[in-house]
Design a protein around this ligand. Structure first.
Ligand code: DNO
Ligand code: MN
Length: 356
């Protein structure tokens, strides 16, 4: 297990040196945020980012994300240009040592939450999802709310330029079905996987967050069945998964240990996000600290599965709480994610010891 930390590069207020101070931290998960979705990533920009990580003593072998242009998801003829650009980006990234590219295939929105700073009884704040606050409301109202609760921090996946065209985007998705969206994903993968293979890069799709349809838009990476279907449709190992316990775990019907056993066991999961969530009786959920007892994700069982398979891939603590008065991007403070990284490594070390 290679422990990594998400780094928002030039938009991050946490110094790389602080990330490096977390024991066991081997690398960062980076991205270029100023490149418009769909454009190829310039070599010089990638080189500068990677160099900066290396200077801090951290590897940069995972990108999260190279986002997919909506025309690819929509299956428009213009997708060909964006697919060519994506191939270029894979080649460029591989030149600088990138091994895994995380992406998602959700129409219009990346993750969705109702509140980015819900207070917990201990005074910390977390991201939460209240159905009443999301389902049935105008997406434009939600975008405003997300912007306000981000307290001035940029939120990747919710870029204002893209979201300003929200009504036109919804218009374009009229009539889009899960079947069609899935076909568009397979079309994209069939085009890019040979390039990924030649470059020794693995693609790793992030599950839909939350794993159900929001605003009537289709969602196709929600559960084990969806993952099975995608792995079978494009069987090359370069077509992989980012196993995100918070996203999949937002639906209690998803059996995370079974999903881990399957996709870690068959080497289709080069990247893992560990995050814990707590479910309320009415189906709402909110995020919590990574520790097993705090929420419904069986983190201990999952680390055990990784250990059993001698997992060589990349793991990162996903969203944490905002604690100790930190002012950072919601979900991505230094402190609670560092605690999460240590918790996972503590479990791992004990398993190592026991299995000596
Ligand atoms: C949320 C993240 C997602 C993830 C993308 C991957 O914090 O887990 O935004 O980065 O969905 O493309
Ligand atoms: Mn995630």
């Amino acid at each position: 297990m290679k422990m990594t930390f998400r780094w928002f590069y030039d938009e991050d207020n946490i110094p790389l040196g602080y990330m490096k101070q977390i024991p066991g931290m081997t690398g960062v998960v980076g991205a270029l945020y100023h490149i418009p979705v769909g454009a190829p990533w310039p070599e010089t920009a990638v080189a500068t980012m990677v160099e900066e990580a290396h200077e801090a003593g951290l590897a940069l072998e995972v990108i999260e994300s190279v986002n997919i242009h909506e025309d690819i998801k929509l299956g428009l003829p213009t997708r060909e240009t964006y697919i060519e650009n994506y191939k270029e980006t894979i080649k460029t990234l591989s030149k600088f040592g990138v091994k895994v590219i995380c992406y998602n295939f959700m129409p219009i929105f990346d993750w969705t939450r109702s509140d980015l700073a819900m207070p917990l009884p201990d005074g910390s704040t977390v991201l939460s999802y209240e159905r009443d606050q999301i389902e049935g409301i105008d997406p434009v109202v939600l975008i405003e709310r997300i912007k306000n609760s981000a307290k001035g921090h940029a939120m990747p996946g919710w870029e204002p330029e893209r979201l300003s065209k929200i009504e036109a985007l919804f218009e374009q998705y009229q009539g889009m079905t899960e079947e069609k969206l899935f076909d568009h994903l397979v079309y994209f993968l069939e085009a890019i996987i040979p390039v990924a293979k030649a470059c020794d890069v693995r693609m790793a799709i992030h599950p839909d967050d939350p794993p159900w349809s929001v605003f009537g838009l289709p969602r196709i990476i929600k559960n084990e069945k969806d993952l099975d279907r995608l792995m079978a449709a494009v069987p090359e190992v370069e077509n992989g998964i980012t196993l995100c316990t918070g996203s999949l775990g937002a639906n209690l019907a998803n059996n995370l240990p079974r999903i881990f056993e399957k996709f870690v066991g068959n080497d289709r999961a080069p990247f893992i996000h560990i995050r814990n969530v707590k479910h309320l009786e009415n189906g709402d959920f909110h995020e919590v600290a990574h520790r097993d007892d705090e929420g419904s994700v069986d983190v201990k069982a999952l680390i055990k599965i990784l250990h059993k398979h001698d997992y060589q891939g990349y793991v990162r603590p996903d969203h944490g709480r905002m604690i100790w008065g930190e002012d950072a991007r919601p979900g991505y403070g230094l402190y609670d994610r560092a605690l999460g990284a240590m918790y996972m490594q503590g479990l791992w070390d004990m398993l190592e010891e026991e299995n000596k």
